[in-house]
Design a protein around this ligand. Sequence first.
Ligand code: Q9C
Ligand code: ZN
Length: 670
Amino acid sequence: MGTALLYDEEMTRYKLLWLDPDCELERPERLTASHEALVSCGLAARCVSIPVRQATDDDILLIHSEQYLEAVKTTPYMTLEDLREFALQYGDVYFHPNSYHCATLAAGAAVQLVDAVMTGRVRNGLALVRPPGHHSMRSAANGFCVFNNVAIAAKYAQQKYGVQRVLIVDWDIHHGQGVQYAFEDDPSVLYFSWHRYEHQKFWPGLRESDYDNVGKDKGAGFNINVPWNKVGMQNSDYLAVFFHVLLPVAYEFCPDLVLVCAGFDSAIGDPEGEMCATPDIFAHLTHLLMNLAGGKLCLMLEGGYNLTSLSQSVCVTVRTLLGDPAPRPANLQGPCQSALESIQCVRAAHRNSWSCLEHAARAPPSQISTKLEEKEKEKEDKFESGEAADGITWPEPHACVLPPVRTAVLIPEEMACPDGCKRSNLSQHADSLAEKEDFDGDAVPTLSSLTELVGKMEKNEICNALAVVGDVSMAMAPVMQRATALKQRVLGVCVGGTEVPSHLPEDGTLTVHISKEAPEEPRCKHSIPVRLKSGLGDTSGFAQAIFSVLLPLAYEYDPALVLLARLPGAGGLGGGAWQQLVGLLRGLAWGHMLVLVQEGDEALVTPTASSLCGSPAPPLGRLPAPVVEDVEAVERLRVRLQADWMLLRTSAECKMAVSSGTSRSCLLGT
Ligand code: Q9C
Ligand code: ZN
């Protein structure tokens, strides 16, 4: 199951023919630079290349009016003056004699990508296109866009493949108002967009781009706008919105297909966005969407005007689609006050629409922004001149060195080796350590084999591993010890069981224990119990624990190794939810994860191995409301921890505890 790349040089053959400072950003080099970058780092060759065809009139008419289509069709025959006048009736858009042809190719590439993914020819893909699409409306071009490629693709998928629910994630830095208008009363398409807004001062300056525009009639709740009211937003701000807004709602919605308006003007260095998120962040945004809809994920290029930032972002994104491990999400400092204010507003605006947000804080007190203005002044000053983006520099994304082995398995000899995995031989060395520790010598695998796996991960000889062990609880401590001895931060995630395995090393570790019987109160800073009283079978409660607590903690902690242990008593946790957990945790630690499964749970070997290899987890189904008692317990825990862990914050009101930062920095060893 591969990754499709759709690209045709023809789409570079139109450009601005007159002077217009508002349109000069949208240049053919955007496409050539992105494509050349993909070729030169060997990514294009790893993709399934699909030739681009033109969209048909029928495709275009799924979204646009006949009158508008006919008008655009006349542009190839216009004089320069006519083209200019034609463009002038719309906002921030230009036309060239070849614009119409390219616009049909861009929309055509989008529907072809949907075809390739829906027929199973590929798992996911990217359409590298111009003109972009998300600003264009039923009867109007706008913001460099002629036809609404993604909106057309969504309708096409519904019509041709009977797809019921489509999620559109618009991470471009502008509001895709064209997409919003196309689906605002339609509950079958969930549209999410974050965008530079600055209290309506930023283009296109629409009142309806604000957070309180949640959709109309039957579509109420299915339009999610996250306005950025400051420039300079960073990785933490983007991740916080994913964890606390998009992902919980997306999982509750349970899409059959995910489309992305993949604009990279939301990355650092872009002259339009003026944001500070690094290209690496797109690895995580992409990764976090890859376990929705059974992995059916189609990205269409929208904006992105800094050629360096754009090319790097495109490469990181395609690498992730191909299944390579994501870079460490380093230096997450927590969302800024302005981002938190937006998050709080969006969550409040949607609390009646989505049960995962039912317990979100109520609408914030008005005028909160003016009160917070002072704190944010610094950020603003950096960009006062409006030229700041030109001088900005950032480190190049880390080169990804793929380990020779993706997934190693230590499983009973009589079991077949799962597809795509490599059986790891038992340690050749004498098991002296095991004997000393009184580890059951007959248990398969032996302790030293496990610690050897950790060593191999540390040396990047293997990416991740799965082991079936006689006693998961007993195996954890020595594995964690071995990793911390290598001066590596370890995140332990235990599911099931009654107690956190004892004798876990504390220095350089953080353990999160999710179970029915986890203690209500944390015993120490290094061990965080998440208690789901109604059991792990409550998938909604489990999902809430994952998105609102586990993932934010894990990303902020930024471990070098994840140890995922499935303790006895995790039986209630269905295979699908378990696979989601495995899949999502792959985004940490360059994918370095050791999964321990108890003897007797062999049925989990195949699905776990498949998730470790990067296969998408099966969808969880439409999630019902979680059990109130559990939601409240998870929410209490989140609130208790948010003083130390900034990515857990969901509102601007959060008063920072006096101790803020201290315990966290001791955990992080800084
Ligand atoms: N000073 C896309 O990113 N305004 N469109 C330009 C320049 C229009 C952006 C103003 C921006 C359109 C797809
Ligand atoms: Zn844009």
